[in-house]
Design a binder for this molecule. Structure first.
Ligand SMILES: [Zn+2]
Length: 483
């Protein structure tokens, strides 16, 4: 299993922690220990060995009392101080029972959960997990010398690649950039253009399209960096500095796509500290699903503006219970009446807070909306390639690598359907209702026992900045009195 997520990070982390039975090892630069207090305590009560490594700097020190309490209950917390004075333990990975690794740009903080553009990859790949575990031991004694691993060869036809590096980042990145033939997309929070100028110019001179999104933050704005950006723009590069609503919010990604054939994603920014001094990781894969999800994310970043992020993040609270109000859009196939043979898609919007759920809007649109949604799975019905795979390839400008006739597993098919559905709903953003929508769902049902049917609302799309406040599924009764 391999997948990548762009929202609901704390929910995902907590869900995996809950499943742990033996040991949990966490190496994350910054953790809000209060946010994860319940999960950590539950693990220790179950007798799970909990080991945590965080950066030794001041940000984690403020949780001193919480950490002390955790250690009293049996956890081991190491403050990792790097040999170089300005370096930090900047990793963001976690291994559960040696069976799952969660790793990405996501620090386990409130800000990263609700305000930033982030990613989190989950895998059960045993080789990669083994390497994370080895690195975890190293982080407990960071002064110990380590061997530099050679760069992994990219499989030429059909084979899949998933690898992780803990040193040697510059060489990995530059080798992969050199292999690009058509197009490179880079979304990295902090990028020192001086370190990559020759490589970027080389790509452009070979006719490779180069698009870069970085964070509109002080580090990127220093004069020399801006000069290099201008020079690259003159020779054809697209460089966007993405501003967030406040200076404390970040476009925090650290990923790069090479020709739609390879994705690099990790904790390291493309800076002196990120590449040479900090403790970091860098994963690479040729997984078509991850590449396509990152490509879609990149296109969203290109369209994203401060005002749009502000709109997505805005909150309104209930006057009675003071809890935030979230608007749920629920799609249903309209019941045909005797006189009316035309089916419609019923689009209902419910405003929910802690004290009430109100239907605030209802409209009927062409049934193709519902059909479109329901047919998402159809093109993956075939056991070989999904039906329509060629059109999909065309849509994605033929960037999906030929997997040599590889079969999609049931799990992979499910992942593609979920992603296509979310993408489809994302494209309808704003056109479903005059109200701001925080989640879109459809009614589903499942049998339990022999004859009993259970009705629920499955959430298919969430506003990423409010996603942590939204479950993946609701009991239909939560909206029941309104049906
Ligand atoms: Zn209320």
């Amino acid at each position: 299993m391999l997948d990548i997520y762009f929202d609901s990070f704390d929910l995902i982390v907590k869900r995996y922690l809950e499943q742990a039975e033996r040991h949990v090892r966490i190496a994350v630069a910054w953790i809000n220990f209060r946010m994860f207090e319940d999960s950590f305590s539950a693990l220790l009560r179950k007798g799970v060995a909990l080991e945590i490594v965080v950066d030794a700097g001041p940000l984690n020190q403020r949780y001193h009392t919480d950490i002390q309490a955790l250690e009293d209950k049996g956890a081991s917390v190491t403050f990792c101080a790097m040999p170089h004075k300005r370096a930090i333990m900047h990793n963001k990975f976690c291994v559960i029972d040696g069976a799952w690794a969660l790793a990405g740009s996501y620090n386990w903080t409130q800000n990263a959960t609700a305000n930033n553009y982030e990613s989190l990859t989950v895998t059960d790949d045993s080789r990669v997990i083994g390497k994370f575990l080895e690195e975890f031991e190293h982080l407990k004694q960071p002064a110990r010398p380590v061997q530099i691993e050679p760069i992994f060869p990219v499989p030429q036809t059909g084979g899949s690649l998933l690898n992780v590096y803990f040193r040697n980042f510059e060489e990995v990145i530059k080798t992969r950039l050199k292999s690009a033939r058509k197009r490179v997309r880079i979304a990295v929070a902090w990028l020192n253009f001086g370190l990559f100028f020759e490589d970027f110019a080389g790509l452009l001179s070979r006719g490779v399209r180069l698009e870069i999104v970085i964070s509109y933050q002080r580090f990127n704005l220093w004069a020399d960096n801006m000069e290099k950006i201008k020079a690259l723009r003159r020779i054809g590069a697209t460089v966007k500095l993405l501003a967030m609503p406040t200076a404390r919010m970040y476009m925090h990604h650290k990923f790069c796509l090479i020709d739609g054939a390879l994705a690099l994603e990790g904790s390291c920014n493309w800076t002196q500290n990120g590449l040479y001094r900090n403790a970091e990781f860098l994963m690479e894969t040729n997984s078509p699903l991850l590449i396509e999800k990152l490509r879609f994310e990149f296109e969203n970043l290109k369209k994203s503006e401060k005002s749009y992020v502000q709109y997505l993040q805005q909150r309104s609270c209930c006057e009675d219970c003071h809890a935030p109000i979230l608007n749920f859009c629920i799609l249903e196939e309209d019941e045909p009446s005797i006189t009316d043979v035309v089916y419609h898609t019923q689009v209902s919007v419910y405003a929910r807070c802690d004290c009430s759920t109100k239907k605030i809007s209802e409209l009927f649109v062409d049934r193709s909306l519902f059909d479109g949604l329901m047919s998402m799975g159809d093109r993956y019905d075939d056991d070989l390639y999904p039906v329509g795979w060629e059109e999909l390839q065309e849509l994605l400008s033929a960037e999906i690598p030929d997997r040599g006739g590889a079969y999609l597993t049931d799990e992979e098919r499910q992942q593609w359907i979920q992603f296509d559905t979310a993408k489809y709903l994302h494209s309808l953003d704003g056109s479903l209702s005059d109200y701001q929508i925080h989640a879109v769902g459809v009614e589903g049902s499942r049998l339990y026992g022999r004859h009993d049917e259970e009705f629920f609302v499955a959430i298919l799309w969430k506003n990423r900045f409010r996603a942590s406040e939204i479950e993946n599924e609701y009991d239909r009764d939560e909206f029941y009195h309104l049906y």
